[in-house]
Design a protein around this ligand. Structure first.
Ligand code: KE4
Length: 425
């Protein structure tokens, strides 16, 4: 694999961009490699600036469920761009995307579109605090909800990857309103709600966690959170930025049959363009300005080009309904990975649901941050580098989720399993 252009571009980038990247986890720091720079992508493939082609299991961290540069999405984007790119004035297609999201989620009557998952979560937190008049938020250790100040405490994703679970620069009084519980530990939440009775505005959870690697909710966990929140008049927020339209058309809340009070979305609903959304019952959502007094705003909120990409993506998902096929392909891949590594005597455990999964180099079940953190990250780094050399692009972190798209086929899986079989540890 040639790497000279990538190395030169990384050197150049580091002169003018902190760490040479616009999002930390892209820097390949935890996998001991120099990042590749992408020239183009199509379907399941990426090409870097040195002309190397890769099968992509990161898919821009989740959005590209149809695969890269889907021709139907591009056609809609081109058509809309020809009419202009942004107005800062309402457009009919923003209503169309909102209607599609409302139709997909029973728990959602109204939606506010924003420009990132972080903005969606920030808005949901402010909405919950404003609606309840309470300040405290309960989050789960290892869950990541974007770089919202008050939630950068014991967070996953890039923070876990870089071993800095909390970030400097967050004022102490922000963090003191953030209460922590281990993922899958509803009893810990019950104790916090009792200790801080009447003070907790919301419990926010990734209903299927993707940011300590993929970690599934244990039976009854989400239902118990629902009951505890109802009893304490605390709002339940499902952060479905990853799981929304990924696990099925109605996200994790449809799979697990638990209705949150607020849902945050992102990634897939933008089809690869910058987007986020917060949705919920009208009684709560109508407290957002200008209907209510809880403020949220954004120059490019509901941008028509991003919205057109999102509508095209959701239309394809509704028409193709690829979820069953995505799930069985992913199950086949995970089964093959497990067998291949077991035959090499390599301890491994895979958490998988639908078309998202994580291979942990860990001989125990991974059910929360503590068990995930026991994974062998050095072995993951060696695995990542071997797969990159074998033209397979994986998330550059043990603590992220892998994804398949509708463009992945058995051929891609066969190539991937062959590469793992050739791994000399
Ligand atoms: P963005 O602001 O990155 O669009 O969304 C933040 C966010 C919110 N909630 C969940 C559950 C998320 O996973 C994310 C962002 N995901 C990470 C990857 N795990 C983005 C990748 C990155 O930070 O570069």
């Amino acid at each position: 694999m040639k790497n000279s252009k990538n190395m030169q571009l990384f050197k150049q980038a580091q002169k003018v961009i902190p760490g040479g990247v616009n999002s930390p986890v892209r820097a390949f720091k935890s996998v001991g490699a120099s990042p590749i720079f992408i020239q183009k992508a199509k379907g399941a493939y990426l090409w870097d600036e040195d002309g190397n082609r890769y099968i992509d299991y990161c898919l821009s961290w989740g959005p590209l469920i149809l695969g890269h540069a889907d021709r139907r999405v591009l056609a809609e984007v081109k058509k809309n761009m020809a009419n202009g790119t942004s107005y800062g004035i309402p457009t009919a297609i923003e209503t169309q995307l909102a209607e599609m999201i409302v139709a997909a989620f029973d728990s959602i009557d109204k939606v506010r579109l924003v420009s990132s998952g972080t903005e969606a979560v920030m808005t949901a937190i402010r909405l919950a605090r404003g609606a309840t008049g309470r300040d405290k938020i309960i989050k789960f250790i290892g869950c990541y909800h974007g770089h919202v100040d008050s939630l950068l405490v014991s967070a996953g994703s890039g923070l876990m990857t870089l071993g800095t679970p909390s970030s400097p620069g967050v004022p102490k009084d922000f963090a003191q309103n953030t209460l922590l519980a281990p993922y899958n530990d509803a009893d810990a939440v019950e104790r916090l709600l009792a200790k801080y009775a009447g003070q907790v505005a919301a419990v926010i959870v990734e209903p299927v966690a993707g940011n300590m690697g993929t970690v599934l909710p244990e039976p009854g966990f989400l239902k118990k959170l629902r009951n505890l929140c109802t009893k304490n008049k605390t709002l339940l927020i499902f952060d479905e930025v990853i799981s929304g339209f990924r696990l099925c058309y109605g996200g994790a809340q449809t799979v697990y049959k638990v209705k949150p009070d607020l849902t945050t979305l992102g990634k897939i609903i933008g089809g690869g363009f910058p987007i986020g959304a917060v949705g919920g019952k009208a009684a709560i959502m109508d407290k957002l300005s200008p209907q209510g007094s809880i403020y949220q705003a954004g120059t490019l909120s509901g941008n028509p080009v991003c919205v057109a990409a999102g509508i095209a993506t959701l239309k394809q998902l509704r028409a193709l309904n690829p979820y069953k096929k995505l799930g069985s392909l992913t199950e086949r891949l995970c089964g093959g990975i497990c067998q291949t590594l077991a035959a090499k005597g390599i301890p491994n455990t895979i958490n998988q649901i639908g078309s998202m999964f994580t291979l942990f180099f860990n001989d125990a079940a991974v059910t929360d941050y503590d068990t995930a953190a026991k994974s062998d990250t050095k072995r993951y780094a060696r695995y990542f580098q071997h797969m990159l050399e074998s033209e397979i692009y994986l998330p550059p972190s043990q603590f992220e989720a892998n994804f398949l798209s509708a463009a992945h086929t058995e051929k891609h899986l066969d190539q991937t399993l062959k590469a793992i079989d050739k791994w000399k540890l």
